[in-house]
Design a protein around this ligand. Sequence first.
Ligand SMILES: [Zn+2]
Length: 261
Amino acid sequence: MFKLIHPIPAFTDNYIWAVSSKADTRACVVDPGSAAPVIEYLQAHKLTLSDIFITHHHPDHTGGLDQLIAMYKPRVFGPKQSNIRGITHFVGEGSQIELFDHSFTILEVPGHTLDHIAYYYAGSKDQAPVLFCGDTLFAAGCGRLFEGTPEQMHASLNKLKLLPEQTEVYCTHEYTLANLRFALAADPANQRLLERLQNEQGKRKAATPTLPSSIRLELDTNPFLRCADPSLVQSAVAQLHRAPVNEVEVFAALRSWKDRF
Ligand SMILES: [Zn+2]
């Protein structure tokens, strides 16, 4: 198992996840948009940076690369569809990479951007499965479609839906409460959503991250994973003023409603 998977806050609402090795002082960070908070964390815990995982090209996920590479010379994994400066290992669908004797599989999940990938560890008897999914699947939400189509994002989310339900979901932003407010508008009769809102509000009041989430929790409460559910279909009808022809249209209607919410 890993020693720790720890959120390093950055900017206003980003988390840079730091994964530390149980066996030694190595650490990996995911999407270091800024170098300073990472360096501060590594120094405070006497860790050295051996690896970086990049999920996509946006600057709030890559802005710290130059400085961290200059200081630590880590391996840098990132999407082969991108030309992000500093990547040493380009990976794509099905690529296997080793981190502290744990094997991660790469999933291509285009939609938020075209180059977006996720890092999945299948778990062991003492470590739950782990997913680093950047800006694709959020707690109770999903990323905006800056580059991809609704079809692509819907397919990407469907890929993540198939992961084991106990998978811990580490996304990159603390958007959970705003996402839950939208989720309640779209899926108002969902009792699990009301419970989740209370629970997550309690965490934020205590200044605790709402992450990680889990695939189970997202299946129960995330409107973008529930496009086949009659109450979400009904919400899509209200947006489209007609019956959606398929699940992708339900997804697209919800996503564009959320953009204006
Ligand atoms: Zn992004």
